[in-house]
Design a protein around this ligand. Structure first.
Ligand code: MRU
Length: 347
C-alpha cells in the first residue's frame, strides 16, 4: 500500500534490522520503528508498535531469524531456544505468531541463511494470501454495499492488503460503490485510528461509529454485511477475534446480516479442537483507563478517561462460535465454518 505516494510493507527486514510502521503513533504521526535485536522486535510486538495477527506473525518470523544471527555472533547455541520462548511469550492469542516462529526455527536448523529466507518467504506468502482473500471476498460484495468491520484487519494488520479489508480494497478497484461502518474498537481504537486511516488513505467512503452503535445501525437496515478478521481459528470453525466481535455476530444473526470472517490458513490452529481451548490475552488495564492522543502542540500524550482508582478488566479477544459465522474467506476460497470444511483446507 502507498503512504504519501511511497509503497510500504507494514513490516520488513533488511540485514539484521526489522523495520515496521509504528502503529502506536498512527494516525497522528507516520514513523518507522527500527528493531536491531530480537529483543527489540519482541518489545515492538508486546507493546503493539506492530499488531494484527498477520503482521505479528511476520514480525515474529523476523525476530526468530534475528535470534539465529545473534546466536552466531555470540557463539551461543542456547540463545536460539531462549529467544523462541521469548518471542512466543509476547502475544498469546494470534496463532500466526506460533506458526511463523516454528517455520523459521525449523529452517534455521539447516542454516542461518535458510532462517532468513524462510522469514522473507513468510512475509511474501502473507501478501499473496491476503490478495487472494481479497479476490474471493470481493465476489460477496455487491455494488452499493454498506459493510461494517471491527478492529483493524487491513494492510496494517498484515504485511499488505489485509484480511477483512482486502475484499473491500478489491471491490473498490473493481469499481463498486461502497460505504464502510468502522467500529471504533475500544480500548486501543484500532478501528477509529487505524482502519479509518487506511480507508481515508484509499479514498473509501466510511464513517466511524462507537462500539455500542452497531446494533442500532443493523436494526435500521443500514448494514448489508459484516466482515472481520481473526486471530486464531479452531478446528471446528470457532473464531477468536478482537474483543467485541462476539457481540456483533450475535446482533448480525438477529437481523439476518451475513457475518464473514476473513483469515489466511496460517491463522487456523488444528491443535485447538474448539474455541474453548484458545488462550485469550488479558492486557494491562491502563489501556481501558487512559487514552492516547495529540495535545494542542501535536505531542502525543495520555489522559485519564475513567474514574481513577476503579478496577477494570481488559480481555483483548473473544470467541465467536462457528454457528454465528456465515463463512470464512481464505486464500483457498470461502468455506463453511465447520470441522469438515476446515479440515479440507489442509488436504
Ligand atoms: O490486538 P491486535 O490489534 O493485535 O488485534 C488483532 C487484530 O487486529 C484483530 O483482532 C483483527 O481482526 C485480526 S487480524 C488482523
Amino acid at each position: 500500500m502507498h503512504v504519501n505516494g511511497k509503497h510500504y510493507r507494514t513490516v520488513w527486514m533488511e540485514g539484521s534490522t526489522v523495520f515496521m510502521i509504528d502503529q502506536t503513533l498512527l494516525p497522528f504521526q507516520f514513523q518507522i520503528f527500527e528493531a536491531v535485536t530480537h529483543n527489540e522486535t519482541c518489545f515492538a510486538i508486546k507493546n503493539m508498535i506492530i499488531r494484527g495477527a498477520g503482521a505479528i506473525g511476520s514480525a515474529a518470523a523476523f525476530a526468530m531469524a534475528q535470534a539465529y544471527m545473534e546466536a552466531k555472533l555470540m557463539n551461543d547455541k542456547d540463545h536460539i531456544a531462549k529467544a523462541k520462548e521469548e518471542i512466543e511469550a509476547t502475544r498469546p492469542t494470534a496463532y500466526n505468531l506460533f506458526y511463523a516462529v516454528n517455520r523459521v526455527f525449523e529452517a534455521g536448523k539447516e542454516s542461518i541463511g535458510y532462517a532468513i529466507l524462510e522469514a522473507q518467504k513468510i512475509a511474501d506468502e502473507n501478501i499473496a494470501s491476503s490478495k487472494k482473500i481479497g479476490e474471493y471476498g470481493n465476489e460477496l460484495i455487491e455494488d452499493g454495499f454498506r459493510i461494517q468491520t471491527h478492529c483493524n484487519a487491513g494492510w496494517l494488520g498484515f504485511v499488505d492488503y489485509g484480511s477483512a479489508l482486502s475484499p473491500i480494497y478489491m471491490a473498490k478497484e473493481a469499481g463498486k460503490k461502497l460505504y464502510v461502518y468502522v467500529d471504533e474498537t475500544r480500548p486501543r481504537g484500532q478501528g477509529a485510528k487505524l482502519t479509518a486511516w487506511e480507508l481515508k488513505n484509499e479514498n473509501i467512503p466510511h464513517v466511524i461509529i462507537s462500539d455500542n452503535a452497531g446494533a442500532y445501525y443493523m436494526s435500521q437496515g443500514e448494514i448489508d454485511m459484516m466482515i472481520v478478521g481473526a486471530d486464531r481459528i479452531a478446528a471446528n470453525g470457532d473464531v477468536a477475534n478482537k474483543i467485541g466481535t462476539l457481540e456483533k455476530a450475535i446482533v448480525a444473526e438477529k437481523y439476518n446480516i451475513p457475518f464473514y470472517v476473513a483469515a489466511p490458513l496460517s491463522t487456523f490452529d488444528m491443535n485447538c479442537p474448539s474455541g474453548k481451548e484458545i488462550p485469550v490475552e488479558q492486557r494491562d488495564i491502563q489501556e481501558i483507563l487512559l487514552q492516547d492522543g495529540p495535545d494542542a502542540s501535536g505531542k502525543i500524550t495520555r489522559i485519564w478517561v475513567c474514574n481513577p482508582g476503579s478496577e477494570a478488566l481488559n480481555p483483548a479477544f473473544d470467541i465467536t462460535p462457528a454457528d454465528l459465522i456465515t463463512g470464512i474467506i481464505t486464500e483457498k476460497g470461502i468455506i463453511q465454518p465447520n470441522a469438515e470444511s476446515v479440515k479440507n483446507l489442509f488436504v
